[in-house]
Design a protein around this ligand. Sequence first.
Ligand SMILES: C[S@@+](CC[C@H](N)C(=O)[O-])C[C@H]1O[C@@H](n2cnc3c(N)ncnc32)[C@H](O)[C@@H]1O
Length: 378
Amino acid sequence: MTDVVFSRVVELAKRHGSVGVDVVVEAALYGPGGFYETGGAAGGRGGDFLTSVEVGPLFGAVLARALDEWWEEAGRPDPFVVVDAGAGPGTLCRTVLAARPACASALRYVLVERSAAQRARHGERIALEEPALAFAPVDPDTEQSAAGLATGPICVSLAELPRVAGPAVVIANELLDNLPFALAQRHEGAWCEVRVTHRPDELVENLVPLDEEHTALLERLAPDAAEGARVPLQDAARHWLRDALAVAGPRGRVAVFDYAAATPEMASRPADEWLRTYRGHARGGPWLEGLGTQDITCEVAVDQLALVRPPASDRTQADWLHDRGIGELVEAGRALWREKASAPDVAALTARSRVTEAAALTDPAGLGSFRVLEWRGI
Ligand SMILES: C[S@@+](CC[C@H](N)C(=O)[O-])C[C@H]1O[C@@H](n2cnc3c(N)ncnc32)[C@H](O)[C@@H]1O
C-alpha cells in the first residue's frame, strides 16, 4: 500500500468516521500516489494487462472504418470531432491515424485523459495542436467550419471533456470500469452501503444504512437480491454518460467499449468476480489492499447507464468488430503477407500480426465478450 494513499484514506476515515468506497477508489487511482497518477506499474493498464487498444493496431484500424461510416452517415461534416475519453497514453489515436481513414482531412481528434502522467505521453508520438483548433466555429447553414482552418487531422489533448454541445462522436474504451463506484450490500432484508473505516494499522469495511435514493434504485433494479449480495452503485459512470451525450449533441453519438453486466446479475455473483484488481499482468489482491499499487476496476452496470438513456445498440465486441469488417482487414493482412513472405518488411509483419490480434480481440472468453454500447443523438 503506498503510504500516501493509505494516509489520505485514514485521514478521511478519522475525520468522517468512515468513507465511501467511491472516495477510496478515487484516491487509490487518481489522487496523489494513486495508480494512474504515478503511471501505474508501467504507464497504466497497458503495463498491467492489455486493453483492446494495446493488443496492436488492428482495433484502431477497425475503429477508423467505423468513424468513416459515421462520417458518411452524417453527410461528411468538416470538422468531424471525435472525442477519445480516457485516452490513456494515446495509443488509440495513433492507430486510428495510422489506418488513414477517409475522414482524416476533416478529423479533429480530441484526447481526453485526466491523469497528468498519461497525458504527458500524448505529445511524445502525436503532433498536438492548440485545443481551440479542434473547436473552430461552424457555419450553421453549411455545417462546415469557418474558412482558414488547417486541414485535418488535428489532434488536441485535454484533461476533461470539452464543454461543447456537439456534434461529436465520443468513444470510451475501458474508461467506465475505471470510474469510482460505491458499493451496496443486502443485509438483514435491507440495503446497506459498504464503507471503509480505520482500525489501528488497517482499513476495514463496515456497513451503514443506504440512503433513500439509492435504496429506491436498487429496489427497482435488483429486487430479488439475496442476503449478503453486493452490487456497485455507478453514479460517476451515469454522470459521465450524461456529460458525454451533451458533448455528442443531437446529431452525434457515444460508443462505450467495456466489460459490462446488469445489476441483478452482479448481485447473483461473488463480488470479487466483477470488482477486480490488476497488477503486473495478473489479477491483483483484495481491493482494499495495496491501494495505489494496483488497478481497481468494476464491470459496468448497463442497466444503471440505461437510466440516463437506454443505448440504441448493445452488442458483444466480437459481433461489433465483425460487423465493422475485422474479417476483411485480416484477409487483406494475410494477402499482403503472402505477397511479401519471401522478403517481409514492417508492413508485411504488421499485416501478419492481424491474425493473432483478431483472435484476441474477438475471443469469446476474453475481449470478444466485452460489450459495445452505442447511443445516438436525438
Ligand atoms: C483502463 S485505462 C484505458 C486507456 C485506453 N482507453 C485504452 O483502452 O488503452 C482508463 C484511462 O481512463 C483515464 N480516466 C479515468 N477517469 C477519467 C475521466 N473522468 N476523464 C478522462 N480520463 C479518465 C485513466 O486515467 C486511464 O488512463
